[in-house]
Write a protein that binds this ligand. Structure first.
Ligand SMILES: [Zn+2]
Ligand SMILES: [Zn+2]
Length: 741
């Protein structure tokens, strides 16, 4: 008998997803002998027998969370022929890629949960290798049950048998549990207490009564209420201190069935994100997303949520369990303390949450708005040329913070961690940073931060005893977009349009509406929006009318005599006008975000005081998308490298048209002006690719109009990563990797 065999290396998402048991089952079926194990590069299979039949069938029936990128094959000489096929346990130090994102309940588990004859009937923590919590339960590495929050739940004999059986769907599923041995729910409402099934029923009765319930999830608490009950939703808003920011809604499957096929695919994917859909036709009360034409909907993503949706069969508001602006509660004690003034009752459980993990948010077309549960900690491949990237820790920006670890050809981007200026969020940030470094067994060689010296992330980086690098905010935005699209390290220059609120530019300038020449090493400002005062500094980001005043003082000298002046004349504008004239607390910034605020204020669709970031721009976009006619006489011409806002305002103020059309025309004129500027620079330099990024690019209409006006070019928009600051750390990563390797 020959001792020759075959050695296969399988790359892709093949660790921690039940891939080795699948290989084992396939080998059994084909009568092959040998073994399978994980290693740093993926999975290695050694076989005696017909390897071609094995390879041919490998992809069919592959576990749902697995993805095979590549199978390479070489001869293997066995010292001694194996007698059967075995799964070799992972060695220490090979855990790097074994933790996958938390995944929504799989169909097989759902069927068992609804089967009265099954021992996990109506069990709110049912899971298997193909679904359930992962990253949110890990306390330490290696990822094995004793290192997770499941350690305190000793496996019962039945669960233990499943865990050890390679033919079982729960083979080595670390969170495997059942009603006999696993976590349980409980109910707390004032003096009332209930356990298990009665706890669930008590929570459901409370929601039916129009009350607000705090529900412990996988990566934090949610606050829930009946989304069709205007009083309940208004109560929730009032108690949470969240007057207007849109609320996400969990919908029953029958409601999802009526949505477009592409939306359903996203909703039903293992990541089960919040998907923004048209609000009309969703039968929700107006208070869910006031003044907007989109609403975020999601399907149940864990068994507890499935039970609630099945029993209640109605849409539920499902918003993060926090006071407005604070990070979500993670422990039962935090929830009972922090949410006492908001929730009427608490549906708790006794499995700890280690990692904060918010719900991810995507657009119906798949565009990522917030990347967390279901996507993190999946590694992001870096473009060609970055294979030897050094180990870099990149700390991102302060708002919508994510951080990024880079090593070799890969990056891991953290979950959305919110505003680092909040001490609670900072504590969650530190925990996530430690966990991610452990997970990757990561020792950074250098720390990379934003160029803004006042950012807390910049200061946190400076405290680390490591070589430092600083990256311009808008350079990072552009590079993140390029890298997402695989732009090679040595691919040369692109033209970038980077539009956001405010970021640190060159020589201390404040940028936010720039046309740049960019490669991974450097960035040059070519033009963009003119710099305009931010009256009151940070206050300008909260009160849109301040930006309208600054715009009109700069570009419309006769503004006080115009009929539209009334929107400003009832505001305390005179002291601000003096401050701007003297340059007191009125720094100059070329901010696209503040221009949107100004136009929104001019149309009267911005509140005097914003209650969430981007509110004025979101309302302006919603108004524009309701326009019936889309022809207009307006332009924002390019003059001396910058967009001529004086010409725009003159035309816009003189043009008689309905508000919706005026809103639409602003979007179009801005897109046309920016596209003209970008195209001029691209043609001069023989560049055919234009990257568009920054938080303002979350605006659908602006994106669409840029795509239209730039149709002669290859245009890159952020898609799998957010356009906003959630991707800045990734941009920092590729820039530093290009600079230091
Ligand atoms: Zn499952
Ligand atoms: Zn059990």
């Amino acid at each position: 008998m020959s001792e020759n065999g075959t050695r296969l290396r399988i790359r892709g998402k093949v660790q921690g997803v039940g891939f080795r048991p699948w290989v084992w089952q396939l080998a059994q079926r084909l009568g092959l002998k040998g073994d399978v194990r994980n290693d740093g590069g993926g999975v290695v299979v050694r076989l005696v027998g017909d390897a071609q039949a094995f390879i041919a069938q490998l992809a069919d029936g592959c576990p749902p969370l697995a993805r095979i990128d590549d199978v390479s094959e070489q001869p293997w000489h066995w010292a001694a022929l194996p007698q059967d096929f075995t799964i070799i346990a992972s060695a220490q130090g090979q855990m790097a890629t074994q933790v996958v994102p938390d995944a929504a309940t799989c169909p097989a588990c759902l069927a068992e949960m609804n089967d009265p004859g099954h021992r996990r009937y109506r069990y709110p923590f049912i899971n298997c290798t193909h679904c359930g919590p992962r990253f949110t339960i890990i306390r330490a590495m290696p990822y094995d049950r004793p290192a997770t929050t499941m350690a305190e739940f000793a496996l019962c004999p039945a669960c233990g048998a499943e865990y050890r059986n390679p033919a079982d769907r729960r083979f080595h599923a670390q969170p495997v549990a059942c009603p006999a041995c696993g976590p349980q729910v409980s109910w707390v409402a004032g003096e009332a207490r209930a356990e298990r099934e009665s706890a669930l029923r008590a929570a459901e009765a409370s929601l039916k009564r129009g009350e607000i319930v705090a529900i412990k999830g996988l990566g934090g608490f949610h606050l829930a209420c009946d989304a069709q009950n205007q009083t309940a939703v208004s109560d929730l808003r009032a108690r949470k201190g969240r007057p207007a920011k849109p609320l996400a809604v969990m919908i029953p499957p029958r409601v999802a069935d009526a949505l477009p096929a592409g939306v359903q695919t996203l909703l039903r994917s293992p990541a089960a994100p919040i998907v923004l859909v048209e609000k009309s036709g969703m039968a929700l009360c107006e208070a869910v997303a006031p003044g907007l034409n989109e609403v975020g909907v999601m399907l149940a993503a864990n068994p507890l949520q499935h039970l609630l949706m099945q029993d209640l069969d109605r849409p539920l508001v499902m918003t993060s369990g926090n006071l407005n602006g604070r990070p979500p509660a993670l422990t039962n004690d935090e929830a009972l303390r922090d949410l006492a003034g908001i929730a009427d009752g608490f549906l708790l459980h006794n499995r700890d949450i280690v990692q904060r993990m918010d719900d991810s948010v995507v657009r119906a077309g798949g565009e990522m708005l917030r990347r967390s549960r279901g996507f993190v900690p999946d590694a992001l491949p870096l473009p060609p040329g970055f294979e030897d990237a050094p180990s870099l820790l990149c700390l991102g920006a302060d708002l919508k913070n994510t951080f990024c670890l880079v090593r070799g050809g890969q990056a891991v981007l953290s979950q959305h961690l919110g505003d680092l200026n909040d001490d609670g969020a900072l504590a969650q940030w530190r925990r996530a940073l430690t966990a991610m470094q452990d997970l990757w067994q990561f020792t950074p060689e250098r720390v990379v931060t934003d160029a803004h010296p006042g950012y807390r992330s910049t200061q946190l980086g400076a405290e680390m005893p490591l070589p430092q690098a600083r990256v311009l905010h808008h350079h990072a935005h552009a590079a993140a977009c390029m890298a997402e699209h695989g732009w090679p390290r040595d691919g040369g220059d692109v033209i970038a349009l980077v539009l956001d609120g405010i970021g640190q530019g060159e020589n201390g300038a404040l940028w936010g509406g720039e046309c740049l020449r960019v490669n991974y090493r450097d960035c040059e400002r070519l033009g963009g929006l003119p710099a305009v005062a931010l009256p009151g500094g940070d206050m300008a980001a909260r009160q849109p009318w301040r930006n309208l005043l600054a715009q009109w003082l700069a570009f419309v000298p006769e503004w006080q005599s115009l009929p539209q002046a009334s929107v400003l004349l009832d505001k305390p504008w005179q002291p601000l006008a003096k401050a701007i004239a003297r340059g007191v607390n009125a720094p100059l910034a070329s901010s696209a975000g503040r221009l949107f605020d100004a136009v929104s204020a001019a149309l009267g669709c911005a509140p005097a005081q914003l209650s969430y970031e981007g509110e004025a721009a979101c309302r302006l976009e919603a108004l524009a998308l309701s326009a019936s006619a889309i022809t207009h006489p307006l332009a924002m011409p390019v003059r001396d490298g910058e967009l001529d806002l004086a010409a725009f305002w003159r035309g816009w103020l003189a043009w008689q048209a309905p508000d919706a059309e005026r809103a639409w025309a602003f979007h179009d004129a801005l897109a046309h002006g920016l596209a003209t500027l970008a195209a001029q620079h691209a043609r001069q330099r023989h560049i055919s690719t234009i990257a568009c990024s920054g938080g303002v690019l979350h605006n659908r209409l602006l994106r669409a109009r840029l795509r239209f006006w730039l149709r002669d070019f290859t245009v890159l928009f952020p898609e799998r990563l957010p356009a906003g600051d959630g991707a800045v750390a990734f941009g920092q990563a590729v820039i530093a990797a290009a600079t230091f390797s």
